[in-house]
Design a protein around this ligand. Structure first.
Ligand code: PGA
Length: 256
């Protein structure tokens, strides 16, 4: 069985005090050696203080973006070397907000993905369709285009460093969740794509998180779908009393 992975994408939220308090509360409930992987992904300025707070716990650290080149003259960007330097484990890439507002195209995401893997960091690669795509029955076509672009030149050996997050854009921050059947269908499509592009061994091993309005009350049903291996959680990751029950749902499923 694939080990479930629940990650909190804090986006551009929280303060130093609130972020460290939240990380502390999560760390207290997530000792090392659990049957579920847990990560928190704060904004860049809070990576170091959050890292200090989660040290020794089972909670891992993720960044929300990175630039692909070595350190140099790229004002406003953050190099993977810097993320490695401060002990980041994961980098979220291709989030729909990056695609929508900051010009992250598939070729750019591909460069970031390749550089992230080359640095030995884990990548959480986000893909997902817009509402208009789903309504026009284009979900699979969109996923195929994104995956094809994002994985260009990435070989099978790199796949153990990559987690895919299926995040239908219409479900992000909207309170509208994909139904468990819709999520399962998209996840199965992605896994099948991996099997065709690589091989079934790799496809069976890659974890695919669902993201989009995951909450304590829908987590168990979503996470119990056969091809759903965890969650990338936005809004509900900002409060321990909402994030911890989602982790608990994953633990219960993993324990079965
Ligand atoms: P949401 O965000 O849980 O607030 O919908 C998910 C995400 O964007 O990763």
């Amino acid at each position: 069985m694939r080990r479930p992975f629940v990650a909190g994408n804090w986006k551009m939220n929280l303060s130093l005090a609130a972020g460290t308090a939240l990380a502390k509360a999560i760390a207290a409930e997530c000792p090392a050696g659990s049957n579920v992987d847990v990560a928190v992904c704060p904004a860049f300025p809070y990576l170091i203080p959050v890292k200090e707070v989660i040290a020794g716990s089972g909670v891992q650290l993720g960044a929300q973006n990175a630039y692909f080149t070595p350190p140099g003259a790229f004002t406003g960007e953050v190099a993977l070397d810097m993320l490695t330097d401060v002990g980041v484990d994961w980098v979220i890439l291709g989030h729909s907000e990056r695609r929508q507002f900051f010009g992250d195209t598939d070729p750019l995401i591909n460069q970031k993905l390749q550089a992230t893997i080359a640095k030995g960091l884990g990548a959480i690669l986000c893909v997902g369709e817009l509402l208009a795509d789903r309504e026009a029955n284009r979900t699979e076509a969109v996923l195929e285009t994104q995956l094809g672009g994002d994985f260009a030149g990435v070989d099978a050996a790199a796949l153990d460093k990559i987690v895919i997050a299926y995040e239908p854009v219409w479900a992000i921050g909207t309170g509208v969740t994909a139904s468990p059947a819709q999520a399962e269908a998209a996840h199965a499509f992605i896994r099948n794509w991996l099997a065709n592009r690589y091989n079934t061994t790799v496809a069976d091993a890659v974890r695919i998180q669902y993201g989009g309005s995951v909450k304590p009350d829908n987590a168990a049903e979503l996470l119990s779908q056969p091809n759903v291996d965890g969650a990338l959680v936005g809004g509900a990751s900002l409060k321990a009393e909402q994030f911890l029950p989602i982790i608990q749902a994953a633990r219960t499923i993993a324990g079965k």
